[in-house]
Ligand binder design. Sequence first.
Ligand SMILES: N[C@@H](CCC(=O)N[C@@H](CS)C(=O)NCC(=O)O)C(=O)O
Length: 228
Amino acid sequence: MITLYDLVFQDDRRPSPFCWRAKFALKHKGLAWRDEPVGFTEKEKIAFAQSQTLPVIHDGAHVVKDSWAIVRHLDKAHHEQPLFKSEMALSYAHFVAGWVDTTVHPALFPLLIGDLYDRVRPADKSYFQESRAKRLGTTDFAAFQAKAREKGPAAFRAVLEPARRVLKEQPFLCGEHPAYPDYALVGAFLWARVASPFALLESDDPVHAWRERMLDLFDGMGRKAKAA
Ligand SMILES: N[C@@H](CCC(=O)N[C@@H](CS)C(=O)NCC(=O)O)C(=O)O
């Protein structure tokens, strides 16, 4: 049985966008897993993988860290229901994951930082505050978030335009059926949903309808996760 080491917040919340990618990929392939929650200050649990970040998986003799390495491993080790059916599918997935990492997450982070901090486990608060203050240049995350939200979610919505153009024409980024590019993007929305009540999308946005479809996938895995 595969073990997935998943970042945990207060009240067993699981917001990590990268861990969500791994969970959707496991479901896509029909693979069962055992879940091991890891707090920010419990990195000793993943020391065996020489990793400082989550997700990590333990799959038989294989220990794999980093969400992209994990999904590549899953397809190599388990041939059923491939995530990447061609070199082009693999390249599209890599491109979309990179776009989410470098454009979608940075646009979202300032809108969520105060709510994320509020939901971090008490034992992890000072670690989170210190590490994120290095990135943001302040420890006043509530004020940083309020300033980001003054502008409203319009700038964030604009970032989604490449996805919106595709989703105007088809139900998923990958066509009639979802695949890894959809999982990479929905991870960002689950990060937001689990950590924050802030409304990101308008109801007539094709990205909104797509997000609803993604929340319904795999017996409502995303929808059932504890939300803010
Ligand atoms: N490139 C890595 C990024 C993983 C990552 O940054 N994970 C965050 C959680 S979303 C983490 O574990 N952070 C630990 C920390 O900040 O100490 C991947 O794709 O798995």
